[in-house]
Design a protein around this ligand. Sequence first.
Ligand code: BES
Ligand code: ZN
Length: 407
Amino acid sequence: MSKNILLILLSALFVQSAYSHEPIADYRSKTILADQSFLDALKIPMTYRHEKTGLGVATITPIMEAKISAGAHLLHKCAGYETISDDSLKRSDGVVKDLDTLAAIIASDAFYLQSPMKKVVVTPKAEIQTAIDEVSAQNLKEWVTWLSSFESRYNRAKDPNVHVVQMQQRIEGLLQGTKWTYKIDLIDHTSTKQKSIRLRLEGTDLKDEVIVMGGHLDSISGMFGSGKAPGADDNASGSSNLIEALRIISQRAPTRRSIEFFWYAGEESGLLGSAEIAKKYKADARNVRAVLQLDMTLHPGSGHLVIGNVQDYTTAWLKDYLVDINSTYLKVTLIPDECGYACSDHASWYKNGYPTLMPFEANTETMNSNIHTPKDVINQMSDFEHSAVFSKIAVIFALDLGNTEIH
Ligand code: BES
Ligand code: ZN
């Protein structure tokens, strides 16, 4: 992993420690994250040093900033530091306290990347091919049409659970006749009145190991969040991908590991539902082996069947796994891309030490620009065959990772 990526990742996560140590209250000062050796060389005092990563936090004045820029140029660095903004403070507020968790993830990614062994070996299986061939673009269109017909799915709406309850009922309807033992519940949160939906499909001999697949069911629009918010792409699309995958998975024999589906609450207001859930899973020492996040899958901004493999807040072996299932089953074009911040619910799991993957509709430059507005509706650009690929990923994630050896 390059140092820059490391810095970006850590910047969001350092926030709390940084602010609790902050000594200066100058409105022009800012809190930054940089290499300790770099800050030491420039004699910039640090408010926090993280041993395992060698990074340090400092609150700097404009004069110090000029010194750092000059120093960075001397050392042929771009900026030499990352600013920890108020914005990132808001985004990760209350979520991350443990930098060691992050250091451990980074270390395990580095270990994986150096090792010649694959964590999971993908071998083509006829029953998985048959299963993914059943994914229906027409079904996806119907689900996205239904979800985007609610005025809004905003977590601060007057009744933020109207669509949640209806969705739960429809999921239950879909499960009639399944051979799986399952449990569906609405999860209450302390940070929002909106509830998340969890569906647990019980595994067989490895039922305590869990494969998580999720997406946010809420939507947002306008300055105050409460405008008409159809959220067709963001994120009726990913929510529908999960339902369509569930239809297919539920008609098959149970896997060895348990599969848990989540439709998260309040993502648009700061990953609210997933933050509480992932934290609780960690506190309860739940053995989640892999987490798939589906958020925005309908707008083929980089081209039909050109799909982003989000590189930040995601885990090396799972990104590799996506490349491997692509060459075995999907046969689309995968392009690496970055959000640049904790942009969706996978970050909640990642920050709690769980392995994550987020395939995305396009690269972030060409993604749907109508999101968070009343214009995020099904339109001529909407491509349900493109979106279908994400349901296929979910089907493979469950049926393959649910059974196969994870080294
Ligand atoms: N669907 C977006 C995530 C996204 C945005 C992915 C851009 C890739 C590129 C998500 O619903 C969202 O809007 N997230 C918020 C952040 C959240 C912490 C409030 C955002 O991007 O502003
Ligand atoms: Zn969004």
